[in-house]
Design a protein around this ligand. Structure first.
Ligand code: PHE
Length: 417
């Protein structure tokens, strides 16, 4: 068990189902592009390692399984790290050709304005019954042709090279079947990003007053990706405010997964995306902690029915930066993401969150140094404390920092410098 009580007590917040919340508004905008899909919005987050990893073909040594990255309840039970954890069960239930799963997901991670240990994902999948009446290929082609045409988009790389070492062609699928399912997948998701980014650009433009009558085409590209449960796999990137932004992962579902779920007669595609990242750009929300705010100055700014407009910050309080430097104890040896043998950088993040909660805005390693003679390692972390809702006093920040220093010694046996 490495799951703190503060995480467990947030399970019932269900932000993606809270009316007039930016995450539920974002969820509904995306779902509007899949009107015939069955939606699942209330699946409980405690799952088995079988559901979260094994059913999806994650190898036994996959880093995602490690206690440093994942919240365990016990040896075989975790808080789901992605909505894909439910793919196999929903395929098995076989209730519809297409489905969407929206849910809270949990990962031990860094502390900064775009990372939070709980976030929300949406999973979508569409499968066709190969044995239904009429030729399989013809049915996919008809479905593809019936999808709305995408306007105002510029796809710079519609078919990136797929490397068979990473994304082998599945023996059970012909190249033509994969081509048609992939085209259906890409067209469906291009329609999602055009919808989202049209809203986002309109919202951004409301800050200036002249609304142009026509938006420039949205620039996107498809990039080869790798997931244990799809092949081939892609990421969709959108050119947004000068950078390529990764919006979602997707691919053709590995047939093994459908076979094991008892629906070997079906083939199709799946995608997964993070709702926070999209909501942050839709509403110009600058810090991921804001989604958890219960302050009316935040919540009252969003509406299920009104057009999307940028969030207006209501508190611009300064924060306080404090450093903590320490020697790792002599038995610790640092390697990779591991700070020492006994702990990982994510453990420091957890410790800071345990003390400061949402008052810690950013934590980063600013210095690492190994003493040439003794071989001892020293680390310095810089913590930025700030409240998004009120002024944080110096006494309060000092108190939090002292507590963190104390717990670093107690928990990890470091020697403070
Ligand atoms: N579950 C993947 C993630 O969290 C996203 C994904 C879903 C990719 C479905 C492909 C298919 O990164």
């Amino acid at each position: 068990m490495n799951t703190p009580a503060s995480i467990l007590s947030s399970i019932d917040r269900q932000l993606h189902n809270q009316n007039n919340h930016p995450l539920s508004i974002t969820r509904k905008i995306i779902a509007s592009r899949f009107p015939s899909f069955k939606t699942h919005n209330t699946i409980f987050p405690v799952v088995t390692t079988k559901q979260n990893f094994d059913s999806l073909g994650f190898p036994p040594d996959h880093p995602g399984r490690s206690r440093t990255d994942t919240y365990y309840i016990n040896k075989e039970t975790v808080l789901r790290t992605h909505t894909s954890a439910h793919q196999a069960d929903v395929f098995h239930a076989n209730l519809s050709d297409g489905f969407l799963i929206s849910a809270d997901v949990y990962r031990r991670d860094a502390i900064d304005r775009s990372h939070y240990p709980i976030f929300h994902q949406m999973e979508g999948a569409m499968t066709w019954d190969r044995n239904a009446s009429g030729p399989f290929l013809k049915r996919i082609r008809e479905d593809l042709e019936s999808l709305p045409k995408i306007e105002n988009i510029e796809v710079s790389d519609p078919n990136p090279t797929i490397h068979p070492e990473r994304n082998p062609l599945q023996g059970t699928h012909s190249a033509e079947e994969v081509g048609l399912m992939a085209a259906h997948l890409k067209r469906s998701l291009e329609s999602v990003v055009v919808e989202i980014f049209t809203h986002a650009r309109r919202a951004a433009l409301t800050r200036g007053d002249d609304l142009p009558t026509k938006l420039e085409p949205l620039k996107i590209r498809w990039v080869e990706a790798y997931f244990p449960f799809t092949t081939p796999s892609w990421e969709l990137e959108v050119f947004w405010q000068g950078d390529w932004l990764e919006v979602l992962g997707c691919g053709i579902i590995k047939q093994e997964i459908l076979d094991k779920a008892g629906v070997s007669n079906r083939s199709g595609w799946a995608f997964g995306l993070g709702l926070e990242r999209i909501a942050m750009l839709l509403f110009s929300i600058p810090d991921i902690r804001l989604f958890w705010s219960q302050d009316q100055r935040f919540l009252s700014q969003f509406s299920d029915t009104a057009p999307i407009k940028p969030f207006q910050p209501f508190s611009n309080k300064p924060g306080t930066t404090k450093d903590v430097s320490f020697w790792l104890n002599s038995t610790s040896s640092a390697a990779g993401g591991a700070v020492g043998k006994e702990f990982h950088e994510n453990d420091i993040m957890e410790l800071v969150r345990g003390v400061a909660g949402d008052l810690a805005e950013d934590v980063r390693l600013t210095d690492a140094f190994t003493h040439p003679k003794t071989g001892r390692k020293s680390l310095c972390y810089r913590i930025f404390y700030r409240s998004l809702e009120r002024t944080l006093t110096h006494e309060e920040a000092n108190g939090l920092h002292e507590d963190i220093r104390k717990k670093l010694v107690e928990g990890f046996g470091v020697e403070l410098r």
